[in-house]
Ligand binder design. Sequence first.
Ligand code: BT5
Length: 273
Amino acid sequence: MSRASAESGAIAGGDSRDAPLYRFESLASTNGTLKRLAMEDAPHGTMVVAQQQTGGRGRHGRKWHSPPGNFYGSILWKPARPLTQWPSLSLVAGLALHRTVTQYLQQSHSTSVSLRLKWPNDLLLDGAKLAGILLESATDSSVIVGIGVNIAHHPEDTPYPATSLHANGCYITADQLLKELRSFLAADYAIWQAMGMAGLRSAYQSCALPTGSRVQVRLPDEKVEGRIEAIAEDGSLILELQNGTLRTIRSGEVFPLDMKAGSAMPMPLSEVA
Ligand code: BT5
């Protein structure tokens, strides 16, 4: 009996790739289940996916709306690079997700939309949140990257507007998304493992809110405004403040302030892919 089928609600799963893939009908959180597997020494690349989550979570204990019809998945990575660079894995997963979604939007001819990564963990479609990423430590030698993508449904009552692929004429399934996402995650992780964020920085920046965009960043006890200058090697956001000095942001909530960064200026995918 496979471990997945030993868990309540599991569907017999896996595919032909090396790392195990556990599929579930319903879980509290794919991150939580994968963490338990990590503590039992699950190998690098192990994935857990679920059709719905009853306790899906975002950052800082926030809830992630997780009804059936969307994608919920987590992957276990065992990086051999310095711990200080691990936070940038959130960006690596975002880039792989951007590449995946771009491919499906192009296939469904939904190409006049703007698909942008908003540091550190959001994928925005025409300025609305399509997907979120949650990076959590698993063991001393591993991290979990959880990815939620609104495919069929999105919440209506969130402070930051949300959207879904179906709402934009892209009718794929969670299984289809998983197939391509696994490949892009593996490819981008391999580059990161070999070269760090330096190997992915220009690709990331071409998919992210453009350099020079005015943003407000909300930190635990202050708000700062500035223009996006760059992404650092460790995945931090570098802002140019109004007085011209540079400030490195390691964690915070970014709010676009101008048309360049927001939804008012859609950019065809062919220009950003
Ligand atoms: C995130 O947090 O964006 C990370 C979301 C990660 C979810 C995945 S699903 C698979 C894995 N297992 C888990 O349990 N989690 C991961 P954050 O930036 O903190 O955004 C959370 C905020 O987004 C909430 O407070 C809501 O305002 C809003 N929100 C909740 N559900 C949403 C949804 N489905 N779509 C768009 N926005 C949502």
